[in-house]
Write a protein that binds this ligand. Structure first.
Ligand code: DNO
Length: 363
């Protein structure tokens, strides 16, 4: 038994990577997908879901994992209008279950999803990668940061939908009344409504950690560390309320011990995002190749933790650098993610051999 390797794909015309290339990466069973043109709060219709299923079928990919069904800000804000958006979310869950979707990855970050200051930061070897410069975030106004990210217009950037960013000032005003505790309450309200529907439809909800895992621009962020992940699992203590464990997001904070979290939360992790990053002392970080010696995270230990717990959930290599002059959406090219997958399989298969009794020591 092994982890089920999947690969994020943004859809026909919205991704530089053809599905037939993904098919040629060893061991990839499915695509991780979403209907990126549907706004948060709207129901995903069966027709639109079937379009993706048909394309995936042609390439023999499963569509078991959706990333993400985004959550309308009114739900995170706890406004009375959340009711109708929660109803739409439930309907989306029902529709997704009709094509056999097994996991929905989502996040509960106010306004901004992932944050970086440079999408193509050059490294010494000439590759580029996503970069977070702490002082720049502290000194840039949120709207300037948003505009800077949106300058990359070629593809839609998940989490940075222009419609939402146009309402930035109003949203910041609304979040003034939302403390961390209030955000927890709003998350709990959402989960209490959603999880029974997820259970009925046999779909695991897998929350994605905040990236980076600390508050930015005074907005609360709560899915940030072990204690808070524990709290999340407890507020609705049902196996359908689970985790996407993203090593790169949580790993930006040096006090997060990822292998320990994997061992502790094991059976509530439904989706593993595995990538490396290099942290600098001043709080900056850059995304690196998966290789241990390139970054600050011990990817071998992370994979070992999954192997030890007998993880059979879904895993993806997460982001990659941009290498070999590939033109692609930030973090989501073919080349480095494919290299990452082979690194992960190399570790996984070696561990399996050792478990089966092979000994490479002293021979
Ligand atoms: C970035 C991703 C996130 C993630 C969402 C899930 O590349 O890891 O945008 O998909 O936070 O809701």
């Amino acid at each position: 038994m092994a982890m089920e390797m999947v690969f994020r794909w943004f859809g026909e015309g919205n991704d530089s990577v053809p599905l037939k290339y993904i098919q040629q990466i060893p061991g990839v069973k499915g695509i991780v997908w979403a209907l990126h043109d549907i706004s948060a709060g709207e129901t995903w219709t069966l027709d639109r879901i079937h379009e993706v299923k048909n394309i995936a079928d042609q390439h023999k990919f499963n569509i078991d994992v959706v990333e993400s069904v985004n959550i309308h800000e009114d739900i995170k804000l706890g406004l009375p209008t959340r009711k109708k958006y929660i109803e739409a979310y439930k309907k989306t869950i029902e529709n997704l279950s009709k094509v056999g979707v097994k996991v929905i990855c989502y996040n509960f970050m106010p306004i901004f999803d992932w944050v970086r200051t440079d999408l193509f930061k050059e490294s010494e070897d000439g590759s580029t990668a996503l970069f977070y410069e702490k002082s720049k975030v502290e000194n840039l106004k949120p709207e300037d940061l948003a505009n800077q990210i949106l300058e990359n217009k070629e593809f839609t950037l998940p989490g940075w939908e222009p419609e939402r960013l146009k309402q930035l000032a109003g949203l910041f005003e609304a979040y003034k009344n939302v403390s961390e505790e209030k955000l927890w309450e709003n998350l709990q309200f959402f989960l209490e409504e959603i999880i029974p529907v997820a259970e009925k439809n046999d779909i695991k909800m897998a929350i994605h950690p905040d990236d980076p895992p600390w508050p930015i621009y005074g907005l609360p962020r709560i899915i940030t560390n072990k204690k808070n992940l524990q709290r999340l699992l407890k507020i609705v203590d049902n196996p359908y309320n689970g985790l996407t464990l993203c090593s790169g997001s949580l790993g930006a904070n040096p006090s997060n011990n990822i292998p320990e979290m994997i061992r502790d939360f094991g059976d509530r992790i439904y989706f593993a995002h595995i990538r490396n990053l290099k942290r600098f002392d001043n709080g900056d970080f850059i995304e690196t190749s998966h290789k241990n010696s390139d970054g600050s995270l011990d990817i071998v230990e992370i994979v070992k933790a999954y192997h030890d717990i007998g993880f059979t959930g879904y895993a993806r290599p997460d982001h990659g650098r941009h290498i070999w002059d590939e033109e692609c959406r930030p973090g989501y090219g073919l080349n480095d993610r494919a290299l990452g997958i082979m690194y992960l399989w190399g570790i996984w298969d070696s561990l399996t051999k050792v478990k089966e009794g092979a000994s490479y020591v002293g021979n």
